[in-house]
Design a protein around this ligand. Sequence first.
Ligand SMILES: C[S@@+](CC[C@H](N)C(=O)[O-])C[C@H]1O[C@@H](n2cnc3c(N)ncnc32)[C@H](O)[C@@H]1O
Length: 215
Amino acid sequence: MQQEFWHNCWENDRTGWHQDGCQPMLVEYFPKFWQTPDHRVFVPLCGKSEDLLFFAERGKVVGSELSARACQQFFAENQLAYTRQAKHPFTLYQSKDIDIYQGDFFALQAAQFKPFDWIYDRAALIALPESMRTDYVQHLISFMGQKTRLFLLTLEFDQREMAGPPFAISAGLVHQLFAGFNIRQYAQRELTDKVFAQRILPLSQVRECLYIISR
Ligand SMILES: C[S@@+](CC[C@H](N)C(=O)[O-])C[C@H]1O[C@@H](n2cnc3c(N)ncnc32)[C@H](O)[C@@H]1O
């Protein structure tokens, strides 16, 4: 997906992936993993996800988001005071425990951050077409220190039934993209009514899968 596509989505309020409230699998499973020293989370392609609030309640969260409109909506809709400053080539939106780097994820350098305890990918990998996946994962991996764990949510379905995004990501593809990493498929749930946030996906079956991935 070209950047123009996402800017258009935000300009025209076509943000059907946006979930009101927190992601159910995050709420159900993440507390099982959270340990006291874990307090830094990175959220690539974060949109205006309310999951940022979930992490901010537990520590510090850093998001990466292309759209200025998404960042502004996030802080306004959650009634959070924020500052905004230029950090070339980004604009940094900041409230107490939430930093969002507005700009291109691929230009964000892992070296500028202290190590993250967790990376949270919901509707990021599955938002990208095949041609971008390897580059995305390679860049994501650059943010993973020895102790960083990735909480990855994917969707499995028959891609022939629907043009993406979202795109189907099979277990085999996860293993291929993260070759050499420890990959645990931790949970899955059938989306029986095919509801994905604000969308009803035109699919016969769709399953959401949770992977925990580490070095
Ligand atoms: C499908 S949405 C998911 C947003 C969020 N993860 C959620 O769960 O609501 C994908 C998001 O990625 C953002 N995005 C796309 N390409 C990007 C890039 N190169 N750098 C940063 N953000 C990007 C889009 O603007 C959009 O908000």
